[in-house]
Ligand binder design. Structure first.
Ligand SMILES: *[C@@H]1O[C@H](CO)[C@@H](O)[C@H](O)[C@H]1NC(C)=O
Ligand SMILES: *[C@@H]1O[C@H](CO)[C@@H](O)[C@H](O)[C@H]1NC(C)=O
Ligand SMILES: *[C@@H]1O[C@H](CO)[C@@H](O)[C@H](O)[C@H]1NC(C)=O
Ligand SMILES: *[C@@H]1O[C@H](CO)[C@@H](O)[C@H](O)[C@H]1NC(C)=O
Length: 825
């Protein structure tokens, strides 16, 4: 069983500058919907050696986190917005041993075409509260093969202005001497690594060089205030030297003599008082692979290598990932099997520098095991036996174990990352006494899932999710982790979920590409508590988007790669040839036989339960409709988001109104109206004088921006939205890498400024809402006086020459580089 993070293809759009921005903001309170326990691969965890308890974790698609004293984690990259989405791929992390307030992240998502942007080093002087980006002249691959090797980015412990970064893609070794602000190539280091996982991968994901794997300073070779002379560098090569050393701070390099270059070196960790470099090796770059490997130690003084691999023969069926040394107790080392898929992951510990080892578990009388640990998943109960990746074998220890660390200032405190979470504990020394330690899921605060679909039905649980890598959840609580994911069937990845408008407890969900687990359509009639497979689905047809009819008897399925299909009353799915296979689809929420579709610039309507569709009105110059949503109270009242804007029809798509000011829209949703009986609140991830998240309480006439500078939600085009039909203002944003957020208004809404008549560009139908009263523009014209700006007025931004203070009761609040606004204090 492998785990992967969904490789969504994302295209960032150019930032449209806000000149005289007219979209006012409403303050929102944003929080993660707690799934708990991470939910994805944690390739790196790094402790600061100087400041006790200071540690950071990096993820491959969901940013980086800082450890808190209570074992929870605080996200550091939630400011990342649409234009900076690749910051969430963190390929390396460095914490400064001299000035622990300094933190560095090497970010960028892919080195192939999926990510058009170069990478950057993010540097912080306040332990990650804020960052400054230094752009690199090449790409960084936070979600690429070999991302668990490392760390590739390190601070010189003797001269902390110096950093080294080992790049991918043949770009070699890079150095900064100004705390990461500027970087230049180390031309004396000539190896760029030879390993390419799959040279014939035309997509480019596996055909790029993994490159440099890690950089490790030997602090004891120098003294404080001067560049450390001895530095080791591991590269992703095999069959040829892959560990290099300099003794003159990087002027000259040579291959370390006597090394065994059979496998790729994943980690190189120094035990300073032993003067030993410990190296883990695997026969793949990771994170999913590894069938052979080794652990070696290099005695720096003697210049000799010793093979200290903990197991041999038929016991050695994996490579090695994480290596940890106990800086308080020299000679204590630990190493993790990178992937021991069966029966469970394995961790080894030695108290004599690798001469002998003990294991976290061993066979008693097969199949009975001696587990030298107690296990707790209290903080993420879904990791238990119902979880797809543990359902058959009840794995506890984990897989993809590249990050393994012992707190440098507390021998009892340790953490390790897996493909699903972070585990660790606070009684590690008991391994050496009673030989029984406590292991707990310790990823509270880390939410790193890729959300594929969200629904908020009008009754029952307020939120259900379709989630990449985990399947999905019925969220009985937004603040407590779910006890279990969806079961029977469980799928590794779900692609969508929908509920029936007239029977909201009737729910359908779709799985993706997991041929071993049967039909990829599942059905629930109790709001997602229990499920049954839909036997009308063909084997090996999966993915895509789904819509269930108002009365719940008909399922329209735009499959991943088998076109559009429909099934009524659990009968076999039949092809729907009249709707393009790229269509966005939706069901009417009141009238059972009505479905909607949109593809290219054409809107489609079915009045026969999805069997046939006919083309209706035009969506202007749109080429790719993103989402179709339906007013749950009014048949035929539909909204369509596209690459060319937002379109509204109240006559089942016969004609459309183009919503003024919206130049692009992705996820859209309708939720509870502002006033009882009013038009549902409309939410959009859209470009309205800049990409952001917006709400309209008058059907698209006036908009308020609801996200802020601290909450960017990554790529807007990769996200999903749903809105609560019971609570006005509450909206859920599913991200591609940072889990689900829910937001509630915390400030008052700014007054409307536009009327329906002045807003709609081409109104071919009557606006369905009450007309908002006309008021003065909230954007004051630029002035040169020092008078404060009024309520909701502009008070800053690029080229802004007007007031920079606000009238009493209001605070000038940064919104984006182009716009700051007076919001209620
Ligand atoms: C290098 O590793 C790859 C992947 O494990 C393997 O196929 C290849 O044979 C190795 N080459 C050498 C020279 O060891
Ligand atoms: C370790 O402790 C746990 C919890 O008390 C127990 O279940 C387990 O059997 C112990 N392991 C061994 C090998 O005694
Ligand atoms: C489904 O796909 C798997 C893997 O490609 C294949 O082994 C199996 O035969 C397929 N099943 C059907 C019914 O086509
Ligand atoms: C700010 O002013 C400069 C100089 O006039 C101009 O080049 C730039 O485009 C302006 N920026 C914005 C966002 O209006």
């Amino acid at each position: 069983m492998t785990r992967f993070n969904v490789l969504a293809t994302l295209v960032a759009t150019a930032l449209v500058p806000l000149v005289n921005a007219a979209v006012a903001s409403q303050a929102y309170n944003w929080k993660n919907v707690k799934i708990g326990g991470g939910g994805g691969f944690v390739p790196g965890i790094v402790f600061n050696p100087t400041q006790k308890g200071l540690a950071f974790a990096r993820t491959d698609i969901g940013g980086a986190y800082k450890l808190n004293a209570d074992d929870s984690w605080t996200p550091l990259l939630d400011f990342v917005d649409h234009d900076r989405w690749n910051y969430w791929g963190v390929d390396a992390l460095a914490t400064d041993p001299v000035q622990p307030n300094r933190l560095y992240l090497a970010t960028g998502m892919y080195t192939n075409s999926w990510d058009p942007n170069n990478g950057q080093i993010l540097r912080s002087t306040d332990t990650g509260a804020t960052f400054t980006a230094s752009k690199l002249p090449f790409k960084v691959g936070g979600n690429m093969p070999g991302r668990g090797m490392g760390e590739r980015l390190v601070v010189d412990p003797n001269s902390n202005n110096i950093l080294f970064f080992g790049a991918r893609s043949g770009n070699g070794l890079w150095k900064s001497t100004d705390y990461g602000a500027t970087w230049s190539k180390v031309s004396s280091f000539t190896s760029t690594g030879t390993y390419i996982p799959n040279p014939s991968d035309s997509g480019g994901y596996n055909s790029d060089k993994v490159g440099l794997a890690w950089v490790t300073f030997d602090q004891s070779s120098g003294s404080s205030g001067r560049a450390t002379p001895r530095i080791f560098v591991g590269v992703a090569s095999n069959g040829t030297s892959n560990i290099f050393v300099t003794n003159d701070a990087g002027s000259t390099w040579s291959a370390v003599a006597g090394q065994n270059a059979a496998y790729f070196p994943h980690k190189g960790v120094i035990s300073p008082s032993e003067k030993v470099l410990y190296v883990s090796y695997s026969d793949g770059a990771g994170p999913y692979d590894g069938t052979l490997g080794a652990v070696y130690k290099y005695d720096i003084t003697a210049g000799t290598w010793t093979n200290i691999t903990p197991v041999s023969g038929s016991d050695l069926y994996f490579g090695f990932g994480g290596v940890a040394v106990d800086l308080q107790k020299p000679g204590i080392i630990m190493v993790a099997a990178l992937n021991s898929w069966w029966p469970d992951g394995q961790i080894f510990r030695s108290t004599n520098s690798g001469a002998t080892w003990t294991r976290l578990w061993e066979w008693q009388n097969y199949p009975a095991m001696n587990k030298y640990y107690s296990y707790s998943n209290t903080l993420a109960p879904w990791l238990g036996p119902n979880y797809v990746d543990t359902s058959t074998e009840n794995k506890q220890i984990g897989w993809m174990m590249e990050a393994l660390v012992i707190d440098p200032l507390d021998s009892n405190h340790w953490l390790y990352g897996t493909g699903a979470t972070i585990y660790g504990g606070h009684d590690l020394l008991k391994w050496d006494t009673v030989r029984n330690i406590s292991i707990a899921a310790l990823a509270d605060g880390i939410e790193e899932t890729s959300i594929q679909g969200l629904i908020s039905p009008p009754s029952g649980p307020s939120l259900l999710s379709a989630v990449g890598d985990l399947g999905g959840f019925r969220h009985n609580s937004l603040t407590a982790p779910p006890a279990t994911g969806f079961t029977n069937p469980t799928w590794a990845t779900a692609s969508d979920i929908d509920f029936a408008g007239n029977k909201p407890a009737t729910i359908v969900r779709i799985g993706t590409g997991d041929s071993s687990s049967g039909k990829q359509v599942a059905f629930s009639s109790d709001a997602g508590a229990s499920w049954s497979q839909h036997y009308g689905a063909a084997d090996n047809v999966s993915g895509g988007k789904v819509a269930i009819s108002a009365d719940g008897d008909t399922i329209l399925w735009r499959t991943g790669s088998n076109g559009v299909m429909v099934s009524q009353n659990q009968a076999s799915f039949i092809a729907v040839s009249s709707l393009p296979s790229s269509a966005a689809i939706a069901s009417d929420k009141k009238t059972n036989n009505i479905f909607y579709g949109a593809a290219g610039s054409t809107f489609y309507l079915s009045t026969d339960g999805g069997k046939t569709f006919s083309a209706k009105g035009s969506l202007g110059s749109s080429t790719s409709p993103f989402k179709v949503i339906v007013n749950p109270g009014v048949t035929g009242d539909v909204w369509i988001s596209t690459d060319k804007g937002l379109f509204h029809s109240t006559n089942s798509g016969t004609s459309f109104t183009t919503i003024s000011g919206v130049t692009q829209a992705w996820a859209i949703a309708l939720g509870a109206p502002a006033k009882s009986g009013g038009y549902p609140a409309l939410y959009a991830a859209a470009n309205i004088e800049g990409v952001g998240y917006f709400r309209s309480d008058d059907a698209g006439v006036n908009w308020v921006k609801i996200n802020d500078a601290a909450h960017g939600f990554g790529s807007a085009s990769a996200n999903c939205l749903t809105a609560n039909p019971r609570v006005h203002g509450r909206v859920y944003i599913g991200t591609n890498g940072r889990g689900i957020f829910f937001g509630d208004p915390s400030g008052s809404a700014p007054p409307p400024t536009a009327t329906a008549a002045s807003s709609a560009a081409t109104s071919t139908t009557a606006q369905p809402t009450t007309t908002a009263p006309a008021t003065a523009s909230t954007t004051a014209p630029p002035t040169s006086t020092a008078a404060p700006a009024g309520a909701y007025g502009q008070c800053g931004g690029t080229n802004w020459t007007g007031a920079t203070t606000c009238v009493s009761g209001y605070t000038c609040t940064y919104s984006n580089p182009y716009y700051s606004q007076c919001l209620p204090a």
